[in-house]
Design a protein around this ligand. Structure first.
Ligand code: B12
Length: 503
């Protein structure tokens, strides 16, 4: 049958949707035809409902599958409101948002089914059932809504062994256009799941849903899986053969070093058969010198560490992420020793977080001095423990949340206006605060600038041209060869200059 996937990737850098890439591979293997509409301004496909209608009508699919993240619901729902005027086929949604809030997703206009959790077998079964006119109501992982309003919620099948899956169909996406936008860095995800239970991440609730809805007991060991080294290497090699300009690999698994028995075998093959520099995500709690040496030896030149907060209280009580600052400092020390670049990822605007605690985050970043620093404003994902906390504290402004594409603009929590203004100033000028927290020659100049912006009222702040000021002062610092952070490329990213990444 003809299946059309739709992926909204608006207001965010384009990336391959690994979920759709694997579903496409499996469906094609079973003889189905698969197309994709990738709605992404950076790839010249903006949110244009008439264009989408024309393309859907032209392709005339038997089934439409929409992959959804929570930040894209507004696009999906306004698309769905128009879809039923011209499309009568089967519509199914899957991905992180439907898995976390299946009832909410099923209530969107025009949706026949949602996939809860992993979708490989469910998608094949529903395509086969629809094609042959068989009953599909009992397919595991799928929840249905019928025209009379009735709903069927099926149970889940256990997690799949990733080695039983074919290679992802990455070519479903226009890699020739996506790769140059990512500086020819290929993103690869070799496993699934995470051993940590942070309150703001979907991993914990994802596993809880499986524990609740699977017939047999499911543990974290079943959830955290990785492909065999040989399988993973072959998949990367095939993509590089098709796109020889690829110059770096980004392993986007939640914590690359958690796959204990995999890394040595994988790296031996990687050095031998791929030999490109790579970056990966690492949780500072599980990092040590021997892992650092192993990574460095294999070609790792950059590690992204989730710091999230510099406040021990916020980490422990709110984020349920018991990683003391000393472990963070140690991880960065190790990387400096072995010579691997570092990026840190942070959040502000957390429930109950004070101004002082936000400064602790910026001070910790100044102390560890990563090559790049990402700072995002907190966004609560449905069905996560921190979302429940925000609800309990009556903090969520649901309309604002619905409007957000991204989390580098403003907070959707109901804070007093002065706290919102403070958060916006920090989100924009966090690099200035970090420079001030160096407490050295550079600091005095940034201190002056900070005093100035702190005195600005809402409207004045709205008119303040931060980016020109930042560029001007950074140019001066660069001329003098003084280490400092300046904003680069996007609002949530600051780069340490002189830079090992950029000139
Ligand atoms: C790779 C990745 C990206 C990539 C690719 C995004 C994409 N479209 O998939 C990039 C870098 C572009 C990206 C961007 C963003 N991401 Co992101 N990303 C991830 C990451 C690290 C891995 C996702 C993945 O590949 N998983 C493996 C695949 C196999 O699983 P899967 O996608 O869930 O797919 C399976 C099922 O869901 C299902 N399925 C999926 N789609 C469909 C469709 C149908 C029809 C069916 C039946 C089934 C089905 O079947 C698949 C196979 O089993 C996750 C973290 C994580 N651990 O998952 C965050 C994550 C998905 N990202 C998240 C977010 C919020 C973002 C951003 C908003 C970040 C930002 N500030 O810009 C943007 C939004 C992009 C967008 N499209 O709107 C959140 C989503 C939370 C939520 N509840 O929605 C996650 C969960 C991280 C988190 N904070 O917890 N991301």
């Amino acid at each position: 049958m003809k299946i059309l996937f739709i992926n909204f990737n608006i207001g965010s850098t384009p990336g391959i949707n690994n979920g759709l890439a694997i579903l496409s591979a499996i469906l094609k293997k079973k003889g189905h035809k698969v197309d994709l509409i990738f709605v992404c301004e950076d790839l010249d496909y903006g949110f244009d409902l008439r264009r989408i209608e024309k393309d859907i009508t032209g392709l005339a699919p038997d089934m439409i599958g929409i992959s959804l993240m929570e930040t894209q619901i507004k696009y999906a729902s306004s698309f769905l409101k128009t879809l039923r005027n011209y499309y009568k086929g089967f519509v199914i949604c899957g991905g992180p948002y439907p898995s976390m809030d299946p009832e909410g997703c099923l209530s969107l206009e025009g949706v026949d089914a949602v996939c809860v959790g992993e979708g490989e077998d469910a998608m094949v079964e529903v395509a086969e059932a629809l094609e042959s006119g068989k009953d599909y109501k009992n397919i595991r992982n799928l929840w249905f809504r019928f025209s009379d309003g009735s709903v069927i919620k099926n149970r889940l099948r256990p997690f799949k062994d990733l080695n039983d899956l074919p290679a992802e169909d990455k070519e479903l996406f226009d890699l020739d256009k996506i790769l140059p936008l990512k500086n020819y860095q290929l993103e690869a995800m070799l496993g699934r799941g995470c051993i940590y239970q942070c309150s703001y991440c979907i991993n914990r609730s994802y596993l809880d849903r499986y524990k609740e809805l699977c017939d047999r007991p499911v543990t974290i060991k079943d959830y955290v899986r990785v492909k065999d080294a040989k399988v993973a290497i072959n998949e990367i090699k095939e993509t590089i053969a098709r796109h020889p300009k690829i110059k770096k690999i980004a392993f986007i698994d939640d914590n690359f070093i958690m796959y204990d028995n995999f890394l040595e075998d994988f790296f031996t093959r990687y050095k031998d058969q791929i030999a490109l520099p790579f970056m990966c995500n690492v949780n500072p709690a599980s990092y040590n010198l021997s892992k650092a040496k192993l990574l460095k030896e294999a070609g790792c030149d950059d590690i992204r560490f989730g710091i999230e907060s510099g406040s021990e209280r916020v980490k422990k009580e709110i984020l349920k992420r018991n990683i003391p600052n000393r472990s963070v400092i140690n991880a960065f020390k190790i990387n400096n020793e072995v010579g691997i670049m570092t990026s840190s990822f942070n959040m502000i605007g957390l429930p109950t977080e004070s101004k002082e605690e936000i400064f602790e985050t910026l001070k910790l970043n100044a102390a560890i001095a990563p090559d790049t620093v990402k700072l995002m404003t907190f966004y609560p994902f449905r069905n996560t423990p921190i979302y429940d906390l925000c609800e309990k504290l009556k903090l969520i402004d649901y309309d604002k949340k619905f409007e957000l594409d991204n989390y580098d603009t403003f907070s959707c929590l109901k804070f007093p206006p002065e706290h919102h203004l403070f958060l916006r100033k920090i989100q924009t000028a966090f690099n200035w605060y970090m420079n001030a927290f160096f407490y050295n020659d550079v600091s005095a100049e940034y201190d002056k600038m900070i005093k100035h912006i702190e005195g600005l009222a809402e409207e004045e702040w709205g008119r303040f041209d931060f980016y020109s000021a930042d560029e001007e002062i950074s140019r001066k610092m660069r001329k003098k060869g003084l280490t400092h952070y300046s904003k680069f490329v996007n609002r949530s990213l600051a780069v340490k200059f002189p830079s090992r990444h950029f000139n």
